[in-house]
Design a protein around this ligand. Structure first.
Ligand SMILES: [Zn+2]
Length: 347
């Protein structure tokens, strides 16, 4: 098992990074939606760059990188919705540090679609880092602020994972094929989310509840208020498996703290990662619900049930609302306005 076997369903990405290991340039940009594997690819690449055998998966370097404990693979994760000046300064400082162990250091910058106004501050460093530093920049997409930095990197696209690859990965984890199929279909191409959903017995019931919405609309505001209330409870409740997972991680941390002390425990980083994951989970869940809703109108259209223009408008309105909700995930009012405008469907 080399380090590359941790990168599931992305043979093209692995091939490009493997080739780059031989004679790496100063910076790589991996662009792809959350959960498609960019992070796993960055870790594997980091290990391959430090391992004397190009990522054997067995030596000390490879094992330390896999455990997130190699001193020369440094990860930077932004704390908030956009990078702060102090964070930019930290990145520059990290880039200038000499490697601790070997001749090379890998600096992995996560979520750099959040770079915003501090991009110019980073440009020079990413363009011409010290010879010992290799940048691996990760981004969900390339916003205008990131374009100039992107032009100084070798860009590798990490596409969303195809359904078959997701199912295969879940089955390989030990999930039964039927559950794997449901979880993969509801994951939006995101392996992390698919893994979470595979342990989530409520996913089919939640899909069913979203699917009943068009049948329960009766043109009254009262029905909409009841539905939106239910849907919001549904979305909140969907975080239960994630919360359980996070509680287990906190318990592990407490154990380590009891043994080795608070210093260097990574508590703050864990808490921030948990908050981000919860926010993202809510957004994913809403996206999943709205896709289910749109699917219902799409099927009605295909079956010739209802007015064509009305159904097409309904699907468009749901898409628009999905985009708006992703910017403002607490949009109860938006969800109400959407449902008020949607036509009722018969079963
Ligand atoms: Zn190795």
């Amino acid at each position: 098992m080399t380090v590359w076997s941790a990168v599931e369903g992305q043979p093209g990405v692995v091939a490009q990074l493997q080739a780059a290991t031989v004679s790496p340039v100063h910076a790589y940009l991996l662009v792809g939606p959350p959960g498609a594997g960019a992070r796993a690819a960055a870790d594997a690449f980091g290990a391959a760059l430090l391992c004397p055998h190009g990522g054997c998966g067995e030596c000390r370097d490879c094992r330390l990188v896999a455990a997130g404990e190699h001193p020369d693979v440094v990860s930077f994760v932004p704390a908030g919705a956009s990078l702060l000046r102090a964070e930019g300064e930290e990145i520059v400082r990290l880039a200038m540090r000499t490697p601790v162990e070997g001749r090379r250091k890998v600096l992995v910058l996560h979520e750099m679609h959040k770079v915003s106004v501090i991009a110019p501050m980073l440009l020079k460093t990413i363009e011409e880092p010290p010879e010992s530093t290799v940048f691996v920049v990760l981004a969900d997409h390339v916003p205008p602020e990131l374009v100039t930095i992107a032009s100084r990197c070798v860009t590798i696209e990490v596409p969303p994972l195809p359904l078959a690859a997701l199912e295969a990965a879940l089955v390989a984890d030990g999930t039964d094929p039927a559950t794997a199929a449901v979880a993969a279909a509801a994951s939006g191409g995101n392996l992390e989310r698919a893994r979470l959903l595979a342990t989530d017995t409520g996913v089919a019931a939640r899909r069913e509840q979203w699917a009943t919405v068009p049948r329960r609309l009766d043109g009254t505001g009262a029905a909409v208020v009841v539905l939106v209330d239910e849907l919001r409870t549904l979305v909140e409740g969907a975080s239960a498996p994630l919360v359980a997972q996070q509680e287990a991680e906190v318990a592990e941390l407490e154990e380590r703290v009891a043994q080795y002390g608070e210093r260097g425990s990574g508590r703050r980083r864990l808490e921030e990662a948990h908050k981000r994951a919860l926010r993202r989970n809510r957004t994913d869940e809403l996206r999943f619900g709205l896709a289910t809703l749109a699917g219902g109108y799409g099927r009605a259209l295909a079956d010739g049930r209802g007015e064509v223009v009305e159904l097409v408008d309904a699907v468009r309105a749901i898409d628009r609302a999905a985009e708006a909700l992703l910017r403002n995930p607490n949009g109860t009012l938006l969800l109400q306005a959407l449902l008020l405008g949607l036509p009722a469907l018969s079963a």
